[in-house]
Design a binder for this molecule. Sequence first.
Ligand code: AMP
Ligand code: ZN
Length: 471
Amino acid sequence: MGLRLFNTLSRSVENFVPRDPRGTKVDLYCCGPTVHNFAHIGNFRTFVFADLLRRYLEFKGYEVRHVMNITDVEDKIIKGVSASGAGLTDYTRRYEAAFLEDFRALGGLLPHHMPRATEHIREIIGLIENLLGQELAYRASDGSVYFSIEKYRAAGHRYGQLLNLNFDAMRVGERVSADEYDKESVADFALWKARVADDGAVSWPSPWGEGRPGWHIECSAMSMKWLGTSFDLHLGGEDLIFPHHEDEIAQSEGAGLQAPGERFVKYWLHAAHLQVDGKKMSKSLGNFYTLRDLLAKRFTGREIRSLLLTAHYRAPFNFTLENLAGARTALGRLDECFAKLREIAGETKAAPNEKVLAEFTAAMDDDLNVSAAWGGIFDWVRELNRSLEAAKVTAAEASAALATWQRIDQVFGVGQKPDAEAPPEISALLEKRQAARKAKDFKLADAIRAQLKTAGWIIEDTPKGPRLKRP
Ligand code: AMP
Ligand code: ZN
C-alpha cells in the first residue's frame, strides 16, 4: 500500500498520486511565516509538519520541490512597522532571519525556494489584472480592488470547497478589507488595498493607484509562479482553511490558468493547532512560547522537534513543559542505545533492517501516523536494549541497527546527540592513544580507551579520524 493522506478538499484519506505522469516529481507549497514577530512553537508545529512530509516523500524516493513563502507585507506587519518606526524591510528581515535560525535549530530542511511577497508585486498585479479582465474583480471607490464572490459563483465556480459556507447569511457585494476574518463574515475580499495614511511608506504603484496587496493574492501569485498553475500539495495550519486557502482557490482557479480538467491544488493538508490549556497557542491570547523561550530554559531544538513529532498532525496537541521533559527522556533513551551500538559497531558496515523499515513505512504511509511509527521504534529499541544487556549484539547487528535508524532519522530529523566538548586532559589521552596505535602498541591503546571510558568518554573512529563522544 502506498502513501495515503487526508485531503481537506474531499474530507477523506486519499491515495497520494503525484500529478507527474512519471510519478516521481512532487511539488509542495506551505504558507510561510508572517514575519512580524518571533514565531511561536505553535507556528513551528505547522512548519515541522511540512518538513516531515517533505522528508517522508524524499524517503519514499520522490523528487520534491518545496516552496515556502515569506509573508513580508500584510495587516499585522503594517501595524508593527508603524509602531516601530523602522522601514518595512528592516523590520521584516530581522524576523525572517530569526525565523530561519529557529527553523534550522529545529532540524528543518530549508525549502528549495522562499519567495518574499514584496518581491512579487508584479506577478500579484498581473493576477489581479487577469481577474479584473474576467470581471471576477472590481474596483471600489477608494481605489482598492475586491474579488466578487457573486460573479465567481455565477461563472460556475464553487466558493466553499474546503468548508461549507452559508450563503443565505451573506449580503451580496458586502466587503471585508481585513486580511483575517471568520466564516461568519464571508464577503468580497480585498485583492489590492488602496493606500491609507496608516500605511506610512508601505505602498507600491499599481494601475489602480498606490497601495499594497491583500494577503491571499500573495500566496496565489507566489505558488503559481514557483510551482506552476497546478501543483500537488498545499499545506498550512488549520486556521488557514478559511478564508486564506478558500480565497487562494477562488483567485487561482478564477484566473483560469489551469489546463482543462486540472485543479489549482490536488491535495490540501492542514495541521491542527498546538494548544495550551485547551486553547490555540497564539500571539493574540498571549499563551505562547517562542523557540527562544524554550532554549533559554535549556531545552534543545531536537528535543522540541521530537515533541512536535509525537502527535499526529491532525490531532490537537496540548503543549506543556512536562511533556517536553518527557520528550527529552524518550530521546535520551534512543541516544543511549545508539551510542552503545556505535561502540560495538566500530568500523563494521551492514545494511539496514528491512523489517523495521517496513513497519516504519507502513505506519507513515497511513497519513503520517507518527504515533504508530514511534511505537514501533521504541519496541525495537527495547529489544535492542535487552540484547545489549545480555551482551548479545554483534558488530554486524549493531551496524545494521544504526543504518536502520539513520534511514528513519532522514524522516524524523532529530539527529544525534551533539558532541560535547572534551576537556584538554581527555583530548591529550586521545592523542596518546593515537600515538600508541601508530607505534602498534595496541595493548596501551586499548588501556587508554578503557581509561577514557571510565572517565565517561567513548572514542568513535570515523573516516576523518577518531572523535571523542559522551555515551
Ligand atoms: P503566521 O506566521 O501567523 O502566518 O502563521 C504561520 C503558520 O502557523 C500558519 O500555517 C498557521 O496556520 C500556523 N499556526 C498558527 N498558530 C498555530 C498553532 N497554535 N498551532 C499550529 N499551527 C499554527
Ligand atoms: Zn498562504
